[in-house]
Write a protein that binds this ligand. Structure first.
Ligand SMILES: [Fe+2]
Ligand SMILES: [Fe+2]
Length: 483
């Protein structure tokens, strides 16, 4: 048998009630269970998804197959009719577990009993973030800076909805009754609700305006990418295959964030250059977001996203790894023994009021390592942003704050670290915090700029147009239709 036929894939079957490439039609019990969950999902979408969007026709991409060309399908869709479905990348029959104690064994096609509850918790935690972000972004459509941006928001929203489907499929298919209960609970928690909050803190924060949205999709969706990359290495093959396909969708979300912030910077720099302004108050008076405020949002979103990686030193992370459940970023490209039994890794912590490097067993530092890999990619994106002020001959540069700044989880929790990495007394830190983090007033100012722009090809004053449209369409294409 050739490699190609071993990995031959199932086409996506769109004739089914639930589009899928997992041969759902031949598993009646599962199909019925998911068909019962589907109306609950649609209710959730109606109740907490994009507000006032039911009648709109949105120029969306829908996956028609899981290979590279499967993305070719673009067209107008009314969002409640979006074909949410279950798509896994093809199975590699010879795939092995690539790390930990089970290294070299065939990848699991079913859940090993000893890891059942751990895997369920990993899947639920990932799954919970997907609907949470849709809830956080519910009201942004009312203040969209253009039709192009409105369409991108909705594309992100429908795909996060599909990522929820991806995790719910795993729960229903592999975890029996507990899995079904968890799938129901995923529709019951609500972002920011004190009585039934989403699981992770960053997913209970408000995304109250478009600057926060771009920051969120740049910083927090990229955390999603790194978590999914680590899960795509999993020895539990269905999880690996589901997350691989999710990653192809995630790339667009990060593009929306990175290009969104770049366009805000572009517009601000244009105005500063044209009017020869440097004073933030004067910049604001022109109806654009001053660079200092953009930096504060970077400080906030970066620091709360770092908390999503969990404690620097974590015995859970170690056991996920040795168990073969969650790998490192690009595990199979790393050239070592993939067991980490005797390796060490440097993490930072505060000792006697100073930040010091400390070597710890690598196995316990896997959260810190994944976060460091993330920071590297974030830094590259920030460097691309900084080409904007550079192009205008301005000295200003966006700078990532020190990893210890404004942290609630991990080695720096309870410490007061300045963005430039100095440990300060609490009072001094608090005295400066309004210079470092967006204040109520900063939020109010940004929110005051947010007005809905719906003429094709027109953009709000505070943001530059993109360099090109979606799928090479003109920028003034009617990306959302209101009839
Ligand atoms: Fe997602
Ligand atoms: Fe995403």
């Amino acid at each position: 048998m050739t490699q190609a036929s071993e990995t031959a894939q199932q086409p996506i079957d769109y004739s089914q009630h639930i589009p899928n490439n997992v041969d759902l039609a031949n598993d009646r019990a599962l199909q019925r269970a998911l068909e019962r969950w589907q109306p609950a999902f649609l209710n959730w979408w109606e109740e907490t998804g994009p507000a006032d969007s039911t009648r709109l026709q949105v120029y969306l991409r829908t996956a028609i197959s899981v290979d590279r060309d499967g993305w070719a399908n673009f067209g107008y869709v009314r969002m409640p009719e979006y074909r949410w479905g279950i798509f896994l990348t093809p199975r590699d029959e010879v795939r092995k577990i690539n790390f930990g104690d089970h290294k070299g064994e065939p990848a699991w096609q079913d859940v090993p009993g000893e890891y059942r509850s751990t895997l369920r918790r990993i899947i639920v935690t990932q799954g919970d973030t997907e609907p949470a972000s849709v809830e956080q972004q519910r009201f942004l459509g009312a203040t969209c800076p253009s039709l192009y941006d409105l369409r991108n928001l909705f594309q992100v929203n429908v795909e996060e909805g599909r990522h929820l489907w991806a995790m719910v499929y795993l729960l229903h298919r592999y975890f029996g009754r507990d899995g079904r209960e968890e799938a129901d609970a995923l529709l019951e928690r609500r972002s920011g609700d004190p009585n039934k909050p989403r699981i992770l803190t960053a997913f209970n924060e408000k995304t109250s305006h478009w600057l926060a949205f771009y920051m969120f999709t740049f910083f927090t969706d990229r955390d999603g990418k790194f978590q999914l990359c680590a899960l795509s290495e999993s020895g539990f093959d269905p999880l690996a295959r589901t997350t691989r396909f999710m990653l192809t969708e995630e790339a667009h979300h990060m593009f929306v964030g990175e290009s969104g912030v770049a366009r805000v910077l572009q517009r601000t720099c244009e105005v500063m250059h044209e009017k020869k302004l440097t004073d933030p108050a004067q910049v604001r008076a022109q109806g654009v977001i001053d660079l200092e405020t953009i930096q504060k949002f970077v400080n906030f979103h970066y620091s709360v996203t770092l908390d999503l990686y969990g404690a620097d030193i974590s015995s859970n992370a170690a056991s996920f790894y040795t168990g073969g459940l969650k790998g490192r970023y690009e595990e199979t490209k790393i050239n070592d023994d993939h067991s980490l039994a005797s390796d060490s890794y440097a993490v930072q912590e505060v000792e006697n009021g100073r930040i010091v490097d400390k070597q710890v067993p690598a196995l316990t530092a896997l959260n810190a390592r994944l976060r460091d890999d993330y920071t590297q990619e974030i830094q590259a994106g920030v460097d691309r942003w900084n080409r904007v002020p550079e192009k205008f001959g301005m000295a200003f540069r966006i700078v990532l704050p020190h990893q210890g700044f404004h942290r609630k989880i991990g080695n720096f929790a309870g410490q007061y670290v300045s963005p430039d990495g100095h440990v300060l007394p609490q009072q001094e830190w608090e005295r400066h915090s309004a210079e470092w983090l967006p204040s109520e007033e900063d939020h109010a100012f940004v929110a005051s700029l947010m007005h809905r722009v719906l003429d094709p090809g027109k953009f709000a004053n505070w943001i530059a147009p993109p360099t090109r449209g979606i799928k090479n369409l003109p920028i003034d294409f009617e990306y959302v239709r209101f009839d």
